[in-house]
Design a protein. Structure first.
Length: 113
């Protein structure tokens, strides 16, 4: 249970992002620039929080596999949204340096995997 962190080369990142819809509008130069940034691939165990409500996270996340459910601390059993492969999240907190307003939990048993 928990997480595993993998440092990837720009070439490995480029291969990962080539099939993600978010990057379809990026040309090859832009994809290579993104791939050259400090990137990590993090593998989460089932039901592990990727981000938690109330934290300040200085990262942008792209879901590469499975699904993630979005919840709130005051309604932990209520799914607000379901994120699928290619979903981008965390960008608002990253850009503004603000706190996270929702928790995002990895769901390994996704029917869309």
């Amino acid at each position: 249970m928990g997480t595993k962190i993998y440092n990837k080369t720009p070439q490995e990142i480029l291969r990962l992002i080539n099939n993600i819809p978010f990057f379809e509008s990026f040309n090859l130069v832009e994809r290579k620039e993104f791939a050259a940034l400090s990137n990590q691939v993090v593998e989460y165990s089932d039901k592990t929080a990727i981000v938690k409500e109330g934290q300040t996270e200085m990262a942008v996340f792209i879901l590469l596999k499975g699904e993630a459910i979005v919840t709130r601390n005051d309604l932990p059993k209520v799914t607000i949204n379901t994120l699928t492969v290619g979903a981008l999240f965390g960008e608002v907190s990253f850009y503004h340096g603000s706190i996270i307003w929702r928790s995002v939990i990895f769901d390994e048993n996704s029917p869309h995997d």
